[in-house]
Design a protein around this ligand. Sequence first.
Ligand SMILES: Cc1cc2nc3c(=O)[nH]c(=O)nc-3n(C[C@H](O)[C@H](O)[C@H](O)COP(=O)(O)OP(=O)(O)OC[C@H]3O[C@@H](n4cnc5c(N)ncnc54)[C@H](O)[C@@H]3O)c2cc1C
Length: 349
Amino acid sequence: MRELGLRTLHWPKQTDSLVRMADGRLVTMTEARRDPLFDITRSWALPDEPVLPGDETFAAYLTRIGFTPEQLHYVRRSFANATGEDADQFSADATLLEITDTSNGEGDYRIAEGQITPIEHLAQGLDIRLNTRIQRVHWSETGVTVSTDQGEFTADRAIITLPLGVLKAGTVTFEPALPPEKQAAIDGLRMGTSMKLVYVLAESPLPREIAALYSDRNPPMWWTPSFGRESDQIVWTALVSGSWARELLALGEEAALQRAFETFRIEVGRPDLQYVKAMWVNWPEDPFSLGGYSIVPPGAVGLREQLAAPTGNTLYWAGEATALRASASTVHGAYSSGKRAAGEIISAL
Ligand SMILES: Cc1cc2nc3c(=O)[nH]c(=O)nc-3n(C[C@H](O)[C@H](O)[C@H](O)COP(=O)(O)OP(=O)(O)OC[C@H]3O[C@@H](n4cnc5c(N)ncnc54)[C@H](O)[C@@H]3O)c2cc1C
């Protein structure tokens, strides 16, 4: 984001977080990290043990190298929740490549002006059509015609950035059908189940410098986007993935919001706390995403590269599912994949 000239806030340095430990104590992140049970999910001091031939799930790998049930529970609460699925759903091979990849830099940052600003910045001067639903992509070696509910658009080349969930559902048809290796990449990767629950509160339930809370319950991760913003509104958000997300999704919006808020009340020690308004963000059922973000199931290492590879000289591929290792499934991965695809077109010209 610095590349775009945007002001950022360094998340860990300027905030503190609270963590509910396995023994029931609520401690700061600094204290939690002194506990080797907890810290192993952050520092990943793993033995040099290869994954089984043909791959295995990350949960199976961790169990095999001796992770205790408490450690596995921490993995579920923090790492797996952020990865977008339960650890028995994603590849050990891909995960080890990801956690040993340091190319993402030294930490998490928030864009001070808000998440929309980089998009507005990049969109300046471009002819961008919003609210235009793509239905069909007709492609050949010489060009592409995209049919939408607002008419047809023709070009020499196209960069496809449809979410993996939409590609998997086949709600946008490709004519002719995509080559088998491209379809195999789409079929072989998976969308994780991730959602958010967002609450507006009338009062701050925790000191203002506490920006996140890691619970032992569902939802496991809470954070406040109000941090660093001049606003009277106090907003707390829960990020939930995998089977915990499926459990809440099955309840419907109102009941899920209430059930999740019970966890928040317990964690902040305020049984009387009420929210002013709330909503969920249900990406798994949103037809324009159909999932949270991509994961690599066991045996599918290499399929991100396969999805990213150009199709002839006409279709180029970008989006988070085409980003590699630690960049995959992130905003910065989606951004850099777009630059990579644009570079491929420039090289081909
Ligand atoms: C709950 C949650 C929390 C996350 N937290 C973080 C985080 O903290 N940090 C981070 O870096 N990343 C985070 N991510 C991931 C990040 O949001 C994604 O990796 C990123 O947005 C992917 O960008 P993209 O351009 O590949 O796809 P998208 O942002 O999904 O963009 C694809 C676009 O295609 C459009 N589209 C779909 N179908 C059609 C159609 N038929 N016609 C026309 N348009 C269509 C969609 O409307 C959408 O605008 C989170 C994601 C979720 C779900």
